[in-house]
Design a protein around this ligand. Structure first.
Ligand code: CP
Length: 309
């Protein structure tokens, strides 16, 4: 059966742990090598991976491209607008055609339905590189980063400050799979998707909601935020969202409420001074660039898992 990496709620905890163990091993084995040097085990040799972008990207694009090269494979970057997909060709036909040319497909797209349709018709693995509903590769890198710095994330208190967006949804899935406590702190008007919260409840990993950010962050092991306007949010919403989210800006005073050894994460790109201050972004709690680096290592683990390598 084709192994897709669509969302963390669809994959067993043991499999996710195994992916991250492999990722950490590959990262350790590369210490000190030039970025372009191949891994000891170039297991993607002779394989081509299509990377489809229907939205902009820096980290996802570069980390997948470099990671595939390190594994000995060939990345093929495709802009959605340049494909017939962006001009009316059915996703199901695109899936069947690409499956004849490449060995795996990563896609960054808008609606989850497009991702699902691609996976339903592809005969090669499909990886979710972000949709309006989730961003599982990012959260695999985030969990890897936490564990690298502080050990197992299970049982830790993770606090999300901001709106209930696609990145948060993947944090909800990860909380259930990796066993950490997750608190959402944001305005009621920007609450997370009720279906995602209901899923967490049914999994025995209910998300706490605390409107007061100072109370939410008290005793946190990890504080996370994200840009106040996601790629799919209309620009017209900017001012209204800013007014609603201002109390949830992560500044030094808010971070001081967390545990002294708490970490701060942001998946980037950031709007410095909006969702988090420079003092926090560049401060002693921040691991934002380790997070960005770990996209590379975590995704190599995901690719190997998908391809059974
Ligand atoms: N965090 C993230 O996915 O970054 P990009 O949008 O630059 O890929």
């Amino acid at each position: 059966m084709t192994r897709h990496f669509l969302d963390l709620d669809r994959i067993e905890a043991g499999e996710l742990h195994a992916i991250l163990r492999r990722s950490a091993e590959m990262k350790a084995a590369r210490q000190g090598r030039p970025r372009g040097a191949p891994d000891d085990d170039p297991c993607l040799a002779g394989r081509v991976v299509a990377l489809i972008f229907e939205k902009p990207s820096t980290r996802t694009r570069v980390s997948f491209e470099v990671g595939i090269r390190q594994l000995g494979g060939e990345p093929l970057v495709l802009a959605g607008r340049d494909l017939q997909l962006g001009h009316g060709e059915a996703i199901s036909d695109t899936a069947r055609v690409l499956s004849r040319y490449v060995d795996a497909i990563m896609i960054r797209t808008f609606e989850r339905a497009a991702l699902e349709e691609l996976a339903a018709h592809a005969t090669v693995p499909v990886i979710n590189g972000l949709t309006n509903q989730s961003h599982p590769c990012q959260i695999m890198a985030d969990v890897m980063t936490y564990q690298e710095h502080r050990g197992p994330i299970a049982g830790r208190k993770v606090v999300w400050a901001g709106d209930g967006n696609n990145v948060f949804n993947s944090f909800v899935h990860a909380a259930a799979r990796f066993g950490f406590d997750l608190t959402f702190s944001g305005p009621e008007t920007l609450d997370p998707d009720p279906a995602v919260l209901a899923w967490a409840e049914a999994e025995g990993a209910p998300v706490r909601i605390e409107r007061d950010p100072a109370r939410a962050v008290a005793g946190a092991d990890l504080v996370v935020t994200d840009a106040w306007l996601s790629m799919h949010d209309p620009q017209e919403a900017r001012e209204r969202r800013h007014n609603q989210l201002q109390p949830y800006r992560v500044d030094a005073a808010l971070m001081a409420r967390a545990k002294p050894d708490a970490l701060f994460m942001h998946c980037l790109p950031a709007h410095r001074g909006e969702e988090a201050t420079d003092e926090v972004m560049d401060g002693p709690h921040s691991v934002i660039f380790d997070e960005a680096e770990n996209r590379l290592h975590a995704q190599k683990g995901i690719l190997r898992w998908c391809l059974g390598l």
